[in-house]
Structure formats: C-alpha cells, structure tokens
Design a protein around this ligand. Structure first.
Ligand code: ADP
Ligand code: ADP
Length: 243
C-alpha cells in the first residue's frame, strides 16, 4: 500500500466558509520515497504535515497514513500510528539541560515530567543504542554532553539520532533546517535524507522546505505548494534538468 494518500483534501481553519489552508490536495506517496514539500510561508506545508500525524483535521477529503485513517482512528489507533511516525522540527523539541543521551532516548515523548521520569529509566543497552545512532550522524563523542552546549547543527543531529532510535516508518520534518546557515543546512539535509533512508530503505520521508535547491539536491521528488494547492509534482532529477 501507499505510505501516504491524500484524496481531494481541503482544510479550512475557519470551517467550511473560511479561506482554505489546503484546497483540494491529491497526493500519493510510495513507501521509501523522499518527498520535499516546497513553498513560501503560508502555502500550507505545516497543515499538510499535521494531516499526516492526525493533529490537523480535514474539512473534507480522505487521508490514509501507513494504512490508517487518522481522522477515524481510536485514540489507541492514533497512538500506534504516531509511534510509527518520527518528527523533526525547526524548533528541535530537545530539552537543553539534559544530556544528549537522554534526548536521543526520549523518542517522541512530550512534556518535562515525562522527560524527567525517562531520565531515571535509561539502561545501559539504550546508552549503547544512542551511542550508535550518534555515531551515524557524526557526533558520537557528544553522548554525555549537555544538549544546550551543542551548536545548532549538532543539536539538529541529535534530533536525527533520536529518530534513528525510534525507528519509524514515516518521518515528517517541518522546516528542519531553516534555522541553520546554508552550509549547515546542506549537511543536515544530507544526513536526514541519507542516514534516515539508508537505515531502512522503505522508510518514507516528507520534508517541508522553503529552499528549492535543497529540495532538488537531497530528495527524490519535489512537490510545490502555493496557496494550498499543488502547483508542481516532479522527480527531483527532472526539476534539475528544467532549471
Ligand atoms: P511558519 O511560517 O514558520 O510555518 P506560521 O507563522 O505559519 O509559521 O505558524 C506558526 C504557528 O501559528 C503554527 O502553529 C500555525 O498553526 C499557527 N498559525 C499560523 N497562522 C495562523 C492563524 N492565522 N491563526 C491562528 N494560528 C495560526
Ligand atoms: P506553511 O507551513 O507553508 O507556512 P501553514 O500550513 O502554516 O503554511 O499555513 C497555511 C495557511 O493556514 C496560512 O494562511 C496560515 O495563516 C493558516 N493557518 C495555519 N494554522 C492555522 C491555525 N491554527 N488557525 C488558523 N489558520 C491557520
């Protein structure tokens, strides 16, 4: 089956009358595809990613993600779906004062209380697993450092290592490199699209970006969004040839 299937999707935050954040989107993504979602601010990228993890409800149309319809799933079904989805954000969702190892092992858990509880539960095996993941993103020697002592690019690598440990089938990355300078952004995108997909070839990546060149360089397929509509959907190789 498809990793992501959106059929005639519309999202209007103001309800049916309001201006649509997404307007009749149809998009099918195969397992293993690395898809860049490119468009200016306000185009609907975050809304589309939110549909995929069930945090945004469609006004009309159909969503299937990893074989589940998040709009119809039970709370248990939604939890199961989310455990198979890894997230990377521009704002990293890392807990600065914690050591890198704890952030890597924290998976997609939420608030401070859970982070603190988790910290006391870390086992040697998990430390080894975190170390291995950090090695693959090139910062193995930072395992025991405080996370907020690392540079922005290093912290983004910690977020990638956390996804490796979670081992999800689908990765949703919302503007993962927009806070980095161009050279760091290119490196982190290389790791995101390289390591996360080599690790498991059928893992699907959906990455929102506002930088078209980064999308073409690192992804297999480029989907352009503008004012809630798909205005471009091409293999990256063909985009390159046209440019
Ligand atoms: P970005 O351009 O980085 O995607 P936005 O400014 O679009 O950031 O969105 C930041 C946050 O504000 C998001 O959580 C989004 O859902 C919310 N948001 C954006 N536009 C509106 C709006 N018109 N009304 C309410 N919330 C909004
Ligand atoms: P992008 O991620 O491409 O910047 P968004 O999906 O954040 O785009 O936003 C698409 C449109 O939806 C924008 O017009 C934005 O202002 C609006 N929007 C986003 N989130 C909300 C929200 N929570 N409430 C109302 N409007 C929103």
């Amino acid at each position: 089956g498809l990793a992501v299937s959106l059929q005639d999707l519309t999202v209007s935050y103001g309800g049916r009358g309001g201006r649509s954040a997404l307007d009749g989107i149809t998009l099918h993504i195969e397992p293993g595809e690395r898809v860049a979602l490119v468009g200016p601010s306000g185009a609907g990228k975050s809304t589309l990613l939110g549909l995929c993890n069930g945090t945004v409800a469609p006004t009309s149309g159909q969503v299937q993600v990893l074989g589940t319809d998040p709009t119809r799933a039970s709370s248990r079904g939604l939890r199961a779906l989310r455990s198979r989805i890894g997230s990377v954000h521009q704002h990293l969702n890392l807990v600065g004062p914690l050591r890198v190892v704890h952030n890597v092992n924290a998976g997609h858990l939420g608030n401070w209380g859970r982070w603190r509880a988790l910290r006391s539960l870390i086992r040697p095996l998990q430390v080894a697993e975190a170390g291995e993941a950090l090695d693959r993103v090139g910062i193995a020697d930072h395992l025991h450092q405080r996370t907020d002592r690392l540079s922005g690019g290093e912290q983004q690598r910690v977020a990638l290592a956390r996804v490796l440990v979670q081992d999800p089938d689908l990765v949703l990355a919302d503007e993962p490199v927009s806070s980095l300078d161009p050279a760091r952004a290119d490196e982190v995108m290389g790791l995101l699209c390289g390591v996360l997909s080599q690790d498991r070839p059928r893992r699907t990546l959906l990455v929102s970006l506002h930088d078209f060149d980064l999308a073409v360089r690192h992804c297999d397929r480029v989907v352009g969004l503008r004012q809630g509509r798909v205005v471009l959907d091409l293999p990256a190789a063909e985009v390159d040839a046209q440019a």
